[in-house]
Design a protein around this ligand. Sequence first.
Ligand code: HEC
Length: 151
Amino acid sequence: MTSRLISSSRTAIFGLVAALGITSAAFASPIEDRQANMKAVGKAMGALAAIAKKEAPFDAAVVNTNATTLANNVKESKAHFPEGSETGDKETWAKAEIWQNKADFEAKADKSVEAAMQMAAVTEEANFGAALGALGATCKACHQDYRRPKQ
Ligand code: HEC
């Protein structure tokens, strides 16, 4: 009920925004956006992990698609931590330290994008495991400092 009320008032706001010719992106929720972003990152990582666990065959095209999706989403995620989004309309697991160390946070995102691009270039199964290990370490490095664990 509450969420229906919220979504209908959001619809009204978006209608007004559209009428005024303002882009709706400025009014979207950054918390929702970055969580959707990270969900896509997690999904792509899951597809890569399935290969590592031999639940799926090594396929360079699948590796490339998922690693590229992952790189694009991590790159984009940097735009979804604007000042003032430490808290908001949705629960967030982002730590306040992000906004105190923005340069380090963004450097960690860049490292992850770099590792994902290296993964996208893997064409031989023999190089897959090392690339996945390197990529996984970049997720951990950021989450360790900047994300509260979900419990
Ligand atoms: C530069 C920092 C950073 C990097 C790099 C990073 N993450 Fe995240 N991730 C976060 C933050 C911060 C959150 C919490 C966002 C929130 O709750 O608002 C998060 C949340 C998530 C979530 C939960 C999304 C949800 O709400 O359901 C998943 C899954 C995830 N990350 C996967 C990954 C994977 C896999 C990688 C590596 C390929 C990765 N992340 C790399 C910062 C990062």
